[in-house]
Design a protein around this ligand. Structure first.
Ligand SMILES: Nc1ncnc2c1ncn2[C@@H]1O[C@H](COP(=O)(O)OP(=O)(O)OP(=O)(O)O)[C@@H](O)[C@H]1O
Ligand SMILES: [Mg+2]
Length: 214
């Protein structure tokens, strides 16, 4: 299966959530996890490399995708999709034609978003683009860096709009300092607690949709 973390807006928490999800899944699933860093900044990959100094075994491998037309043979993509392994992709916060095939054939696109005006607009532009691509992927929206004490004025309208295009996870991932220091080898108790509810919902949804147990 292919699970892609993407949206058009930079800095919404794609990489943080992708790392947290990869670590989280490693602890609960027997399936092999493969991570593909498709961002030219290679944040996931660099982090994973840096973490080699930690005296903790790696949970998964991270591969960089540098090519302009990575799925030109197409079969690679279909093999990843048909595989029982969990293939996670982390994308850059910019749209690029090289992402098209992946966005079309992912099983799930996890879209972290915030309620700021810019983020809301970018999120809607992104889902419109997925529509234009006729992407088969199921869109799963996740409120990211959510501030508990803040009253988001556009939340209701934005939620209504978003749910036209996909699933909105009920539980947000709150703004938490512990998530800023995440590494690719483990989740601390605090980090696990920070993502547990949202990821629980996400996994339940994946399992139901694909009729599997992750
Ligand atoms: N839940 C959270 N609570 C607090 N800080 C967070 C949270 N999620 C992400 N951050 C911080 O926000 C910043 C951007 O996060 P991240 O790099 O994951 O976003 P991104 O969407 O991958 O960005 P880019 O578009 O540049 O790839 C980082 O400094 C990260 O530590
Ligand atoms: Mg990133």
């Amino acid at each position: 299966m292919i699970i892609t973390f993407a949206t058009q807006k930079g800095g919404t928490g794609k990489t943080t959530l992708a790392i947290a999800f990869a670590n989280y899944i490693s602890a609960i699933s027997d399936r092999k996890i493969n991570v593909f860093d498709f961002d030219y900044q290679k944040s996931f990959y660099h982090k994973w490399k840096e973490d080699e100094v930690l005296d903790v075994p790696k949970l998964y491998d991270v591969e960089c995708i540098d090519e302009e037309q990575p799925f030109a043979d197409f079969e690679t993509l279909i093999n990843l999709k048909d595989s029982n392994e969990i293939n996670l992709f982390d994308l850059a916060g910019t749209l690029d034609a090289k992402y098209s095939d992946l966005l079309i054939y992912s099983d799930f696109i996890v879209i972290p978003f915030e309620y700021s005006d810019v983020s809301a607009k970018s999120t809607l532009v992104f889902v419109n683009m997925l529509g234009l691509l006729e992407s088969e992927a199921e869109r799963i929206f996740i409120r990211s860096k959510y501030d508990k004490g803040y009253k988001y004025l556009n939340q209701e309208g934005m939620d209504a709009e978003i749910t036209k295009y996909g699933i909105l996870l009920k539980s947000p991932v709150f703004k938490r300092n512990c998530l800023q220091t995440i590494d690719t080898r483990k989740l601390t108790y605090e980090q696990k607690y920070a993502v547990k509810k949202s990821f629980g919902e996400l996994i339940e949804h994946i399992n139901e949709t694909l009729e599997i147990t992750i």
